[in-house]
Structure formats: structure tokens, C-alpha cells
Write a new protein. Structure first.
Length: 78
């Protein structure tokens, strides 16, 4: 799993063997979320302030997320 950002008590990771669209996972002690580079959010317990900060980071750094997602989900490596 590729950690790409660490916030205040939470992290953003990209996982391998994933499905489209390109997205990252937000892990927080209270829950987890998935946020696509297109802005789609699936949240399960992550506080709103963290979702807002993580969404902003993912959208502003979409090239980083896409590069890591493609590296972690290269079909030739499966």
C-alpha cells in the first residue's frame, strides 16, 4: 500500500489490486473513506473536517494520486 500523505492523525494511501476510477483511501481512527480524483466520496466515519482536507489534497495533487494508482494497479504486474 502506497502512503502518499500524512495529515494530523490521518493518512492518504493508494492500494493495489483496485478498481477504477482512480482514487485514494483516507484512514482515520474513526473510520475510512475513498475519494476519487474526480471528487466522488464514499465515507464511513471519517470526520467532515478531515474529508474536506483530504479531498482538497487529492484534487490539488491528482497527478501524484494517478501516478501512484497506476504504479500500484499495473495489470502487467498481476
Amino acid at each position: 500500500m502506497g502512503k502518499i500523505f500524512t495529515g494530523d492523525g490521518w493518512i492518504i494511501k493508494v492500494q493495489g489490486d483496485e478498481h477504477p476510477p482512480v482514487h485514494a483511501h483516507v484512514l482515520h481512527p474513526d473510520g475510512k473513506a475513498s475519494i476519487s480524483v474526480g471528487g466522488l466520496i464514499l465515507n464511513s466515519g471519517v470526520p467532515a473536517r478531515v474529508i474536506e482536507a483530504a479531498s482538497r489534497w487529492i484534487l490539488e495533487n491528482s497527478a501524484v494520486v494517478e501516478t501512484e494508482w497506476k504504479k500500484m494497479n499495473n495489470p502487467r504486474k498481476r
